[in-house]
Design a protein around this ligand. Structure first.
Ligand code: PEP
Ligand code: MN
Length: 336
């Protein structure tokens, strides 16, 4: 349920309303706009008498929200959420480039790639330390050592880090990292979502390979209901009958999400296509469709990458993507 309050409301009536809502065991999510204040009620609102609330002098309007996602709903929070990581912003009018290797492989590799993507325009470094691999015999990531090397790359370049968490037993290792990633395979690992939601860090939530937009937003709701307001949704392709790409980039998800939620939306064209030469056109499509950023796999030596070499760009190819995407951003009126 949302309650829209009048601009010139009486403060003591407002306080009474807040106390009454609290006494019903509900939480409020308040979003102040230019002309009104939107108050979202979180919890079981079935006992709230909507007509009684509507009759209050300070209330402009009351609506029940039909969708099962509440805190992630744009009706709850009409303004775009802008996630701030130091002086980097994701959401609102800016577009963020996130780049780096699929996996951290060595100190020299991660530092070389970090410096190269920074020089090409990346604002955030990605790199997997814990890797979700289909085969147990494939490279599983450097794990704790990978986290240590990501922090070294941050020290060297100043780039904030995003990296994937696969188990809540590793939470302590992520203390000094900037953004925690929940991978596609874990989008509906609800216990992990609850634990990560309590970490107090921004989260990149990737879309599950067979998840609907609504299921994805319900996973965002899990994080938000635990106190995490900085959720960044990442479209990374879904599984369809098409085999010419690794996954199928659901570009429509970008405008659909922009309508349904205030959370920032980014696109991962690398996992969506699985093919390095498709990354540029798909990145341009993402920018044109209204995405708030892209997350791109970049490796200093793709043929020798331990994971996802076929979809990884060389640093100079990444630079070229940034140049062309920036042209699209000018056309859609977004800042870098
Ligand atoms: C990744 O970004 O490294 C990754 C494993 O992606 P996804 O969860 O989308 O497959
Ligand atoms: Mn990868």
């Amino acid at each position: 349920m949302i309650i829209v309050l009048k601009k010139d409301r009486d403060e003591s009536q407002y306080k009474h309303l807040l106390e009454w809502i609290k006494s019903l065991g509900l939480k409020t999510d308040i979003s102040e706009g230019e002309n009104s204040l939107v108050m979202g009620l979180v919890g079981d609102t079935s006992r709230v008498d909507i007509d009684l609330v509507r009759s209050l002098d300070i209330v402009e309007d009351v609506k029940r929200i039909q969708e099962p996602f509440k805190m992630a709903n744009r009706k709850f929070h009409p303004e775009d959420t802008v996630v701030k990581i130091g002086d980097v912003e994701i959401g609102g009018g800016t577009f963020a480039y996130i780049a780096g290797p699929c996996s951290v492989e060595s100190e020299a590799q991660i530092i070389e790639v970090a410096a190269a993507v920074k020089a090409a325009g990346a604002k955030i470094l990605r790199g997997g330390a814990f890797k979700p691999r289909t085969s147990p015999y494939a490279f599983q990531g450097l794990r704790d050592e990978g986290i240590r090397l990501l922090l070294r790359a941050k020290e060297e370049t100043g780039l904030p880090i995003v990296t994937e968490i696969m188990s809540e037993v590793h939470i302590d290792l992520f203390r000094d990292l900037d953004i925690v990633q929940i991978g596609a395979r874990d989008m509906q690992n609800f216990e992990l979502l609850k634990a990560v939601g309590k970490m107090g860090k921004p989260v990149v939530l990737k879309r599950g390979i067979a998840a609907t937009v609504q299921e994805w937003l319900m996973s965002a709701e899990y994080l938000m209901s635990e106190g995490c307001h900085d959720v960044i949704l990442c479209e990374r392709g879904i599984r369809t009958y098409e085999t010419s790409t690794r996954n199928t980039l659901d570009i429509s998800a970008v405008p659909v999400l922009k309508e349904l939620t205030h959370l920032p939306v980014i696109v991962d064209p690398s996992h969506a296509s699985g093919v390095a030469r498709y990354v540029k056109p798909l990145s341009k499509a993402a920018a044109a469709a209204g995405a708030d950023g892209v997350m791109i796999e970049v490796h200093n030596d793709p043929p020798r990458a331990l994971c996802d070499g076929a979809q990884s760009l060389r640093p100079e190819q990444f630079r070229d993507v940034v140049t062309e995407v920036n042209e699209v951003l000018k056309a859609v009126g977004k800042r870098v």
